[in-house]
Structures are given as structure tokens and as C-alpha cells.
Design a protein around this ligand. Structure first.
Ligand SMILES: [Zn+2]
Length: 275
């Protein structure tokens, strides 16, 4: 079965904060395989590692969170896409970093990004910050998908308030035609609200990255019925094992059709990058 991992992080080791490397990246043993001895990410090794684990396509995510995770520039994400077009680059904006988020996102589009990632929890802002509204309106109008980190984070300095579920609902309500993917949706304490949001809003989806797959049915009891709303992702390289996660989802008590939806069919249908 084809596997598309829509939640992959990029950046050289030294672009992440030390705490991010320690708390997150080293949850797996990928560091020695995908970076060289100076901490530079080796794109060929990164892709080879993912291929060996069963992932053949995906989305690579930059991030601008200088106070928590680090600054992982969009230019690094674009390099992936140039070499391996099946690994699609997204852009990222943070209203605390970019004085004019829409202008910055337009610059990133020129570089070649095909979507947008918003990380309010690491970036220390709210997704419904009015400075981001022109960006959402632009993405809605131009059919550009938006991913949002929608749950807690283990990084010191992050605050629960920036993962308030009602702020995500507000974006879905104010931009009904925007394709919106909630990453690790509800992680921590609001899985039931996340499930409600994908029922309530036609264009809202959940990516299951950063969640122990064996618990998915506990978090989202209607996973089978809502399988057209879930997409596979891992949070690589900060994941104990990509292949292990794939195997864990394959052994969940849901239909083959539901598994196909989650692993690749929804990603192809909703994001349209891999025809
Ligand atoms: Zn992530």
C-alpha cells in the first residue's frame, strides 16, 4: 500500500533549538542517519530513510519559532522538492516574526511552496490572530491548503492557550472554503472536540502525526466512519519509528478501505499533489 506522510520536518540540527533536539528529535534514532557530522541535513539520506521505512511521498515543513523550536527556513524545504518532487514543500509564517505575513507567504510561493503550515503553539500566537486573516483569505481564494498544529507541545515555553480549540473553529467558520488540516488534532485534552470539528466543517481534516497510532481508536472512536477525514503523518524525524507507526495503523481494527483512505487516498484527493 502506498504511504504518503504529510507531516515531515526539515532543517539542519543547528537550526533547531537545543531543547528541541533533545526533547523531540532524539525520540527516534534518525539523527545519525539523516545528518552529516556537522549537523547538516543530507536530503538523499533523509529520503532514502523514509523510502526504506515505507514512505514514498510527503510534505516537508519549515517553521519560524525562534523562541521554542527554532528557525527552519522555507529555502531548506524547497530544496527537497527540487530534488524529489514527490516531497512537496509548504511555507510557514509567524506574525511575531513576519511583519507582513501575506507578503512573506507570497515570497515563499515564488520559491515554489504549495501550501502553508501555521504553528501557533511554538510561534506563541493565536491562529485567529487578525494579522493572519489576509493570508487565510488568500489561501481560500487560491485553493492553497493550510495545516495547523492543533494540540499541545512538549517544548518548554509553549502555552496551552495557543492551542485553544475554539480558535481553530473560528478559522474554519470564517473561511468555510479553506482546506484546513489540524495536525495531531486535539493532542492533550480535546480529541473529542477535534472529531466534532471535522464533522461540523466540510473542509477540515485531521493528520494523525505525533500521536501513538495504537491509541487512535481511543482518541477518535468514529475513525472508521470518518476515515475520509484522516491523513497519515509522523512528525519525522521526531518519531520513535515511521515503519512501526505504519504497522500499528495497519493492525487497527478498521477496514482496509479506511486504511487506504488514511495512508494515501485522502492525501491524493484533498491535496492533489500526487496524481
Ligand atoms: Zn510537527
Amino acid at each position: 500500500m502506498m504511504v504518503i506522510d504529510i507531516h515531515l520536518h526539515i532543517g539542519h540540527v543547528f537550526q533547531w533549538t537545543e531543547k528541541a533536539v533533545k526533547l523531540w528529535m532524539d525520540t527516534g534514532d534518525y539523527r545519525k542517519r539523516i545528518f552529516d557530522k556537522n549537523g547538516y541535513l543530507v536530503i538523499d539520506e533523509y529520503v532514502k530513510t523514509l523510502n526504506e521505512e515505507g514512505v514514498s511521498a510527503g510534505i516537508v515543513l519549515p517553521e519560524y519559532s525562534p523562541l521554542t523550536a527554532g528557525v527552519l527556513p522555507v529555502e531548506e524545504a524547497v530544496k527537497f522538492q527540487e530534488k524529489f518532487p514527490e516531497f512537496v514543500a509548504f511555507g510557514a509564517v509567524n506574525p511575531n516574526v513576519h511583519l507582513d505575513p501575506l507578503n512573506e507567504f507570497k515570497r515563499q510561493l515564488v520559491l515554489g511552496v504549495k501550501g502553508l503550515k501555521i504553528h501557533s503553539v511554538h510561534g506563541l500566537f493565536f491562529v485567529n490572530d487578525k494579522k493572519l486573516y489576509p493570508v487565510y483569505a488568500f489561501c481560500e481564494e487560491n485553493k492553497i491548503p493550510v495545516m495547523m498544529h492543533a494540540g499541545t507541545s512538549i517544548f518548554p515555553g509553549t502555552k496551552l492557550k495557543h492551542a485553544d480549540p475554539y480558535t481553530f473553529d473560528e478559522i474554519a467558520a470564517d473561511f468555510p472554503d479553506l482546506t484546513l488540516i489540524l495536525c495531531h488534532a486535539g493532542r492533550g485534552f480535546w480529541y473529542h472536540i477535534a472529531e466534532f470539528l471535522i464533522r461540523r466543517h466540510k473542509n477540515v481534516y485531521i493528520d494523525v502525526s505525533g500521536l501513538p497510532p495504537k491509541n487512535l481508536l481511543k482518541y477518535y472512536p468514529n475513525l472508521e466512519k470518518l476515515s475520509n477525514k484522516f491523513l497519515f503523518g509522523t512528525d519525522f524525524p521526531g518519531v520513535p519509528g515511521v515503519k512501526k507507526n505504519i504497522e500499528a495503523i495497519k493492525s487497527l481494527n478498521i477496514s482496509e478501505d479506511a486504511k487506504e483512505n488514511i495512508f494515501y487516498k485522502n492525501a491524493k484527493k484533498i491535496l492533489k499533489f500526487w496524481d
